[in-house]
Design a protein around this ligand. Sequence first.
Ligand SMILES: CC(C)(COP(=O)(O)OP(=O)(O)OC[C@H]1O[C@@H](n2cnc3c(N)ncnc32)[C@H](O)[C@@H]1OP(=O)(O)O)[C@@H](O)C(=O)NCCC(=O)NCCS
Length: 158
Amino acid sequence: MIRDATERDAEAVVALWTEAYFTEGEGGRDAPYARSDFDATAAAAAHLLVAERDSEVIGVVALLAPEDPSRAVAGSGEAELARLVVASGARRHGIGRGLAERCATLARAEGWPAIALWSRAYQTAGHRLYESLGYERVLERDSVDETGFERLVFRLTF
Ligand SMILES: CC(C)(COP(=O)(O)OP(=O)(O)OC[C@H]1O[C@@H](n2cnc3c(N)ncnc32)[C@H](O)[C@@H]1OP(=O)(O)O)[C@@H](O)C(=O)NCCC(=O)NCCS
């Protein structure tokens, strides 16, 4: 079941982000996520969704609206998908696809023309997922910051 996140999901969501982007995330986050990250994302995002199975939160994704200043790579008018994680023990069962598809449905319903997102080079499972959903790479928007942190940009246009 996919539903809107609530405050009660904070601990589980923080654990998912930490697992994927800190513990597994080579060269990614240098600190675990905290409750404040959940609160900030929940406050900023147009939609913060979780996937639940047997009363356990096993997936999460955020969809940022085109006017959201916390978008990192989306252009004018574009929504941004962020922080998609499925628990390592629940992957390859269509949960990530379900969360990303729900974001597309919501964006279309809002009348937003596109969803952009950024990903790390090693996040190849995500790349395959995005490509299977019709996302295309936007090479000219890729970036590397002064610390060597690379962002690969994908976009789905409606
Ligand atoms: C990326 C992620 C969210 C995918 O979630 P998931 O629930 O396992 O994905 P799904 O089962 O819905 O897979 C959908 C499609 O994605 C692709 N895919 C998913 N995992 C893959 C893998 N390990 N290798 C290759 N392709 C993969 C496949 O095309 C798959 O379709 P198929 O199963 O019919 O072949 C999950 O691997 C994850 O949380 N990874 C760590 C965090 C991360 O990298 N997030 C994305 C940041 S941009």
